[in-house]
Ligand binder design. Structure first.
Ligand SMILES: [Zn+2]
Length: 209
């Protein structure tokens, strides 16, 4: 248990050097039995110790000396609805925020879009931070996907474990930057539905067994 809390703290501390966050914005969680551990609200990550990490049940109650992140609802809703999700990460990374402020769905301008499960990365409708409405909008945007943007806010990813969630966040921020750069030069040429189907099929058979 202490090890899982230490892993969560390490992931939270790695956000800033990876260019995914500044200050205390953003939050990370990891599944823990029938609940999950989540970063606390408003505490700088570099001062966190394992006892600062609250444990939440899927009914929204928590145990611990610190309050959970105000965005616990979309973490909870992902764990409750997707048995395979083992870690969730939310960040205010600069390129994802920029695209999310235009409320753009990222089209298949690059084949790595398929890494997130489909031929687009959706942008969830705007709702105020910390609300159930935001979580509900995020769940819609996450349908059949491992990542989405949140309008005028940031990014959200769900992985099998902390390492995958972190890698997906880095990849999504990278795709947002690449899309932004490509759009500076003109209108990116999009991959066709057939081309994206081929990529999705290849991804399904990709990786170590
Ligand atoms: Zn946020």
């Amino acid at each position: 248990m202490a090890d899982t809390r230490a892993e969560l703290i390490a992931a939270a501390r790695a956000l800033q050097p990876a260019g995914l966050n500044k200050g205390t914005a953003g939050n990370v969680s990891v599944r823990d039995g029938d609940g999950f551990l989540i970063t606390p609200t408003g505490l700088p990550y570099d001062t966190l110790v394992p006892d600062d990490i609250p444990r939440m049940a899927l009914d929204g109650t928590y145990a611990g000396r610190r309050q959970p992140s105000s965005e616990w609802r979309f973490h909870r809703d992902l764990y409750a609805s997707r048995p395979k999700v083992g870690a969730v990460l939310h960040a205010h990374s600069p390129f994802a925020v920029s695209i999310a402020c235009l409320r753009l769905e990222i089209p298949p301008f690059h084949y790595m879009i398929a890494r997130f499960g489909g031929d687009t990365i959706r942008c969830a409708e705007y709702a105020i931070f910390g609300s159930q409405e935001l979580s509900t909008a995020a769940m819609r945007a996450m349908q059949d996907r491992q990542g989405c943007l949140l309008a005028n806010h940031g990014l959200l990813v769900a992985g099998h474990d902390l390492a995958e969630a972190f890698a997906l966040a880095v990849e999504l921020e990278e795709l947002c930057e690449q899309y932004w750069r490509a759009c500076q030069l003109g209108q990116p040429v999009l991959l066709t539905p057939g081309e994206m189907r081929g990529v999705l099929e290849r991804f399904r058979g990709y990786g170590q067994p």
